[in-house]
Design a binder for this molecule. Structure first.
Ligand code: NDP
Length: 400
């Protein structure tokens, strides 16, 4: 018997909701709460009668802590699954502290006025969560999320020390639009237009946006261009994995996406600096979001597969060793199962699994943790069961 409060009703939330309803032995009750209640009600209408999970809905502004506290006091959840936007993370953590509710999210906190991704704000809650006896799991999507679990699994089973990690995120899907983003456009564009960076010998090395390009031949997808990006899990993995000398993150982008992005940047449409327009202050990037296709609408149109995983180089019993573990996910199959494309699917499934780990006591540990700090085995097992099976390769092609 457990009750989950799911905050947000967008693309990722839709998958979390479907997966909790498939797993009604663990998730006996869920409350879907978001800014726009009609979106929550739509999910309830779709799933009620097809699941044993009891579904309720609520309206909440997750930037308003007293509102969140009132909702938590009324609903009494065991866990709060935050799949709203990164801007809400700290407010939701504050409410969880006040109500002694476990917490889980899929993206680290980011202030709305600076595109700055780091864990410091959330790690600052460690002692308070410990004292309150509640668990916070940070970044339980795919990347961050499964990539961290892959690292913990590699460390536990295959290596004495891991010296090099390359995280490769390939989306071979085609939605047929010249330009659209697969998850929240504002968050996505902030991420890809920021400077790139990676960690080498304990220090951050910064690059210009999209400066480092490689080509990789992905299983079941084929050859793709990929670019080095800054990504939040590098920060925690560099601390939590033994022996790291270098850790990098690469994501694939098609030429059409990059050309459109460059043009939008050049004309100022990706800026997060507010401007005055006809007497009203607007943020260009938020306006752009309003005219781009809603990521949730890409589901029926997207064909192809994603392939996301980690390549490790390190040592075991004094010998050099390499290991690649990845998941391949098909956009159309995800759509058939839960009505969403693979980007939302690969994020929402691990969020449900992470919450299940806490609710079943496997990852219950008072404090604030990144996923790689928990036992990876039950999570890896659950990935195979709940729709994200993984493949291992002990002789992979390496990225230079
Ligand atoms: P969407 O924009 O589709 O959904 C966000 C939802 O949050 C919307 O329903 C929105 O409400 C709601 N929301 C926004 N602000 C508030 C607020 N103040 N109060 C209450 N609800 C609010 O985003 P996605 O589903 O694509 O992404 C969700 C999260 O997942 C993001 O944090 C994203 O960064 C993360 N993510 C993580 C990945 C990973 O692998 N780790 C990969 C992809 C995404 P409304 O409907 O009213 O707009």
């Amino acid at each position: 018997m457990s009750r989950a409060l799911i905050i947000g009703a967008g693309g990722v939330a839709g998958v979390v909701i479907h997966k909790c309803c498939q797993n009604s032995e663990v998730f006996t009750d869920i409350c879907i709460a978001s800014r726009t209640k009609s979106k929550c009600d739509k999910f309830k209408e779709e799933l009620q009668g097809k699941t044993k999970t009891n579904i309720t809905t609520a309206q909440v502004n997750a930037d308003n802590v007293p509102e969140l506290v009132a909702l938590m006091k009324e609903y009494k959840p065991d866990i709060c699954i935050n799949v709203a936007l990164p801007y809400q993370d700290l407010h939701i953590m504050d409410a969880c502290l006040e109500c002694k509710v476990d917490y889980l999210d899929t993206a680290n906190y980011e202030p709305e006025d600076t595109a700055k991704f780091e864990y410091s704000w959330q790690w600052a809650y460690r002692e308070r969560f410990e004292k309150a006896g509640i668990t916070a799991v940070l970044g339980s999507g795919f990347d961050p999320g499964v990539t961290g679990v892959f690292c913990a699994y590699a460390q536990k089973h295959y290596f004495d020390e891991i010296n090099y990690i390359d995280i490769l995120d390939c989306n071979g899907g085609d939605h047929g639009y010249p330009f659209a983003t697969n998850f929240n456009p504002e968050i996505n564009i902030r991420e890809v237009s920021a400077k790139g960076s990676y960690i080498q010998d304990g220090k951050w090395v910064e690059t210009e946006p999209m400066e480092i390009k490689r080509v990789y031949n992905f299983d079941q997808v084929g050859e793709k261009d990929m670019y080095l990006l800054h990504h939040e899990e590098l920060e925690s993995l560099a601390l939590n994995i033994r022996g790291i000398k270098r850790i990098r993150f690469f994501m694939t982008f098609g030429q059409s996406y990059l050309t459109h992005l460059k043009c939008l940047e050049n004309v100022g449409m990706t800026s997060i600096e507010p401007i005055m327009y006809e007497g009203k202050e607007i943020v260009p990037l938020q306006f752009l979001k309003a005219v781009l296709p809603d990521p949730a609408s890409l589901g029926p149109r997207t064909k192809g597969k994603t392939n996301i995983g980690c390549i490790f180089q390190g040592k075991k019993d004094g010998q050099d060793k390499t290991y690649y573990v990845y998941n391949v996910c098909d956009h159309q199959e995800c759509y058939k199962e839960v009505g969403s494309q693979a980007i939302s699917y690969t994020t929402g499934v691990p969020a449900m699994i992470g919450a299940m780990m806490v609710l079943t006591g496997k990852w219950k540990k008072p404090g604030v943790y990144n996923v790689e700090e928990f036992d990876p085995d039950p999570f890896m097992e659950a990935l195979n069961k709940w729709g994200l099976p993984w493949t291992e390769n002990f002789n992979p092609v390496l990225v230079d």
